[in-house]
Design a protein. Sequence first.
Length: 433
Amino acid sequence: MSQEALPPADAGGYRRVFAVREFRAVFAAHALSLLGVVVSEIALTVLVYELTGSPLLSALAFALGMLPYLVGGALFAGIADRHPPRRVLVGCDLLCAGCAVLMALPATPVAALLALRCAIAAVAPVFNGTRMATLTDILGDGDVFVLGRSLLRMVSQSAVLVGFGLGGVLLTFVSPRGALVITVGTFLASALLLRCGTRRRPARSGPAHGGEGTLVQYSLAGARQVLGDRRLRALLLLLWAPPMFAVAPEALAAPYAEQIGVGSAGVGLLMCAMPIGTIAGELYAGAALSARARARIALPLAATTLLPLLAYGAAPGLVLAVPVLVLAGAGAAYTLGLDRWFVDAVPPDLRGRAMTVHTAGLMTLQGVGMALAGLAAEFYAVSTVVAAVAVLGTACCTALALEVRATAPRTPPRPARPLTGERAPESERASET
């Protein structure tokens, strides 16, 4: 844990997190790094289309931002535990900056551009997993960590709302390769913040801690350990499942806008609605609810967060579809409760690999969800597909919520009540949620 004193538990909401100096550096670095990724995605998509005139290759340049997550998470997860976390974070940013430099060179061919995009995407789960594990060192593994994790997640959601718009505006003033040069600057700024704003900490594991074998063996062993534990597996699946199903209306926003006749402006509203709901839900849960209350609502909310999408069965117009998506997005507040349970269940020397597996699985399954939704929409109306996703997703999430409850650690039995009529001490009367 950081040597910096954490704020007291009653300091109030997200102020507790921003009171920690190291977190402020991590937060700013996350925002800059994410800005670099978003700008590079837009610039590369436009650049590939300008060079080839191929919509397929242009779309592939964007899709490659998700596909390598599984490979990077499975094969390189051990880096997060085997090396000092600050070195890993700074190294990942510098590697991404180097890839962006090569992408910005006029002589770089299209095939190399796509390969470099894959390299950045393969690095992402290692970077994200290491950062999540490092948060437990900076903020502890209690409620302050949960709120810090929530803030980083909200930045990511905000990038969906703001980043692509800013990237589009940027490309009206500079060329795609010029935008990639700006991306280099954001990655370097992120690396500098992490190098100067966070403490050096030792590796979580390694040869002296049972980390023998090659990097790939060590990474795969960690993945097997995480997925082989019934409790961790249930928590991971419940963290992954709702987003996998929830991407369907976003992936199908354009064809649904055409189905209800609202045009391109409607596409933007449909794609923004769910991230707005997610940010609002997490802000409310983090600022207004106690840790105990967030734990109580986590499983019911996870099981029901997709239910609002059933309204798509009636092919609602834009006026109804937008609030439906906002409501479905607000259900993502369940993650605040699950994040705490997950970090509590992971041994400290496994946290880097576990967080990397979590990130890789989340992104990969969202990509799978988008692809399957698009495939189904080839044969059925979009409204029917989204409603069916709501039914199937709710059934899966309910089953997983029951599994998480079944694997919850049992509360130790309370001491017998004193015969003298005295009340038991408060520490004995309090029970875990």
